[in-house]
Design a protein around this ligand. Structure first.
Ligand SMILES: Nc1ncnc2c1ncn2[C@@H]1O[C@H](COP(=O)(O)OP(=O)(O)OP(=O)(O)O)[C@@H](O)[C@H]1O
Length: 220
């Protein structure tokens, strides 16, 4: 569950407030689109949800943890329960596909045999087992994004946030990426997807949060 109560955000503490008075709740296992024009604050809202930034006022609660009361030492474990997908993929260019997926599992100290099984299962899910040894630069944009989704979900996150995940893709590739995100939702993950691609939303009807100039102007 994600709950925002009267949340405002300014970057660096002193800049202008870019998000104002956001109050909403996302139920566990829900899927939401996050909509709004460029500069409306979509990425900033997702940064709050993924605990990359802290609110300047109000309360953000993620997966049952109120951030104002959370101990700093508890945040890394909480972040590991949140998967993130970016528009520009952010794969590690010097590592093959397999190791891009394996890295978070290795950091978490999983056994190598378990890592092999989990990574292979994820690559099968996104249809890229044959590309396990490829370097990211040798993949198409859509393939790179599917690797990025597999990496975001290999730790079985409870919350998955995606920031313009189809922005650099053609329509067939974008549909495939959105289908994977929808499937994570069907499997019980809470999913939030920021997008400009409102023409594709008709294929995937779901509730939305709509921002304008840092304010929530519609929810539902
Ligand atoms: N790191 C930052 N430091 C200072 N201001 C920022 C930072 N990131 C974003 N902003 C400002 O916050 C406001 C909202 O930006 P944000 O990137 O959240 O919007 P967006 O809706 O995601 O836009 P886009 O669709 O173009 O990515 C903008 O005025 C932007 O300039």
């Amino acid at each position: 569950m994600v709950r925002f109560s009267g949340v405002g955000l300014r970057y660096a503490g002193t800049g202008p407030e870019v998000l104002h008075d956001l109050t909403f709740t996302l139920e566990p296992g829900s899927f939401h689109w996050l909509l709004g024009p460029s500069g409306a604050g979509k990425s900033s809202l997702l940064r709050l949800m993924q605990i990359a930034v802290r609110p300047s006022r109000g309360e953000v609660e993620v997966l049952g943890v109120a951030l104002s009361r959370a101990r700093r030492a508890a945040l890394p474990a909480l972040r590991r329960r949140i998967g993130v997908v970016y528009q520009d993929f952010r794969l590690l260019p010097h590592l093959p596909v397999f190791d891009n997926l394996a890295l978070p599992l290795r950091v978490a100290g999983r056994a190598e045999a378990q890592i092999r099984a989990d990574v292979t299962e994820m690559l099968r899910w996104v249809g890229l087992v044959a590309k396990a040894d490829a370097m990211p630069a040798a993949l198409s944009g859509g393939e790179q994004q599917r690797v990025a989704i597999a990496r975001a979900v290999v730790m079985r996150p409870a919350l998955l946030v995606a920031d313009e995940p189809t922005g650099n893709l053609d329509v067939p590739q974008a549909r495939r990426v959105l289908s994977l995100l929808q499937e994570m939702h069907r499997l019980g993950t809470t999913v939030v997807v920021a997008t400009h691609a409102e023409s594709l939303l008709g294929d995937y009807p779901a509730p939305s949060l709509r921002l304008a100039e840092g304010r929530l102007v519609a929810h539902g």
